[in-house]
Design a binder for this molecule. Structure first.
Ligand SMILES: *Cc1c(COP(=O)(O)O)cnc(C)c1O
Length: 404
């Protein structure tokens, strides 16, 4: 017998460590841009499991790749070679324009790998004091202690202090402060080209270009956290490609596996040569099943030109959302983002309420913060899906606009 929503809610309340505040919907299956709950109700997905499901749900090429690989070989450890891992390493180098990759299992691990490489590199260049890493306000890099130490959100950090020493966050446009910090003790600067969890704040291309120049002048590694913005989300393989800038290290995850847990730290130049055998690792890292899933994602993005679609359908979605802003000037302030990584900024803290009203009407999206509605749909989104979703969003907005 299958589990009802109320059963699942009760079990979660009794047995789960209380890390998540969940919305009471029990999803059962997905198909393309749609999700279906246990009652068979259909939802259009403008969330993609937090910018993860680039191919949508149960994409036939992804399903076949995972099924075939599961039936063949799932795990052997990194003591040995496998074909999916070798193919994924080559593909990652090609699409990211970086030299080497360390495959891992999540976004936070990709950042940990980048931080460890930067520390070892700094020590070898300028001695033990050169171990500090600079991040930025509103940044989000993950929940493990290293990444958390560069995630300047007191709610995430305060319960778990002491954090990793040598980590500091600055305001994103405070050039003077950054200049002061780069005094020989900093081995790396870490930034998201489009801040995701912090509210979908895209950097200006000149910001990335300026950081590249500054880091080169001062002998500091530049790390881009592209866990959310990478793998086609903003219409390029990496968001930094739009600005014509490459980092020394980049963290990838969310969109990489199309829902299968996998991440990667990609490295270029000197940073790619830092780690020696035995210095870093992870048991699961790069197992053939995860790599087959990621390969299916990268191959499909390429074959179906989903980068082009993220740009074109992203522009269409953006203008549709701007239409909503124009129609709801009392509620909405503006739209921001790049490609299919977008957000609507509210004038009042009503984003959660609207997300909930949209969900009731069959559209999945979610607030990040009180005033920001994040829209990160599958990269396979069509203009027809945009019309359907923005119609529902319009109705959700109308439902809260009516005075009680
Ligand atoms: C989600 C996210 C992370 C953390 O990824 P996990 O897979 O949850 O560890 C890190 N950086 C950015 C930019 C993210 O969006």
């Amino acid at each position: 017998m299958s589990l009802s929503l109320s059963d699942a809610v009760a079990i979660d309340a009794r047995c789960a460590i209380k890390a998540y505040a969940k919305v009471p919907v029990l999803f059962e299956r997905g198909e393309g841009v749609y999700l279906f709950d246990a009652d068979g109700k259909r939802y259009l997905d403008f969330f993609g499991g937090i910018a993860v499901c680039g191919l949508g749900h149960s994409h036939p090429k992804w399903v076949k790749a995972v099924q075939d690989q599961a039936a063949k070989l799932v795990h052997v450890s990194n003591l040995f070679y496998t074909e999916p891992q070798a193919k994924l390493l080559a593909k990652l180098a090609q699409v990211t324009r970086m030299d080497r990759a360390f495959i891992c299992n999540s976004g936070t691990e990709a950042n940990e790998c980048a931080i460890k490489i930067a520390r070892k590199w700094g020590k070898s260049k300028r001695g033990d004091s050169c171990h500090r890493v600079i991040g930025f306000a509103r940044g989000f890099h993950g929940r493990t202690l290293g990444s958390l130490s560069l995630t300047a959100n007191p709610k995430y950090q305060a319960p778990f202090t002491p954090l990793v020493p040598g980590m500091k966050t600055l305001e994103i446009h405070d050039h003077a402060a950054l200049d002061r910090e780069l005094d020989g003790t900093v081995c790396a600067v870490l930034i998201e080209p489009v801040q995701g969890e912090g509210g979908v704040w895209p950097t200006d291309p000149r910001c990335l270009q300026g950081l590249r120049k500054l880091c080169d002048e001062r002998g500091v590694l530049l790390i881009f956290d592209e866990v959310q913005s990478g793998i086609g989300r903003t219409g390029a393989w990496l968001d930094c490609h739009h600005a014509g800038v490459l980092p020394d290290l980049a963290a990838l995850a969310k969109g990489l596996g199309g829902g299968f847990p996998i991440g990667a730290c990609v490295a270029r130049g000197e940073a790619a040569e830092v780690i020696e055998p035995g210095e870093h690792g992870s048991t699961y890292s790069g197992n053939p099943l995860a790599c087959a899933a990621a390969l299916a994602v990268l191959d499909t993005i390429e074959e179906d030109d989903l980068l082009g679609n993220a740009r074109e359908t992203g522009a269409y979605l953006r203008s549709a959302l701007e239409g909503l802003v124009a129609n709801n000037p009392d509620l909405l302030d503006h739209v921001r983002g790049r490609g299919l990584m977008l957000a609507i900024e509210f004038k009042q803290p009503q984003a959660k309420q609207v997300a909930r009203a949209a969900l009731e009407r069959g559209l999945v999206c979610a607030a990040t913060g009180d005033t920001t509605l994040r829209i990160v749909p599958p990269l396979v989104l069509t203009p027809r899906d945009v019309d359907e979703g923005t119609k529902i969003l319009g109705e959700a907005l109308a439902s809260i606009a009516v005075p009680a």
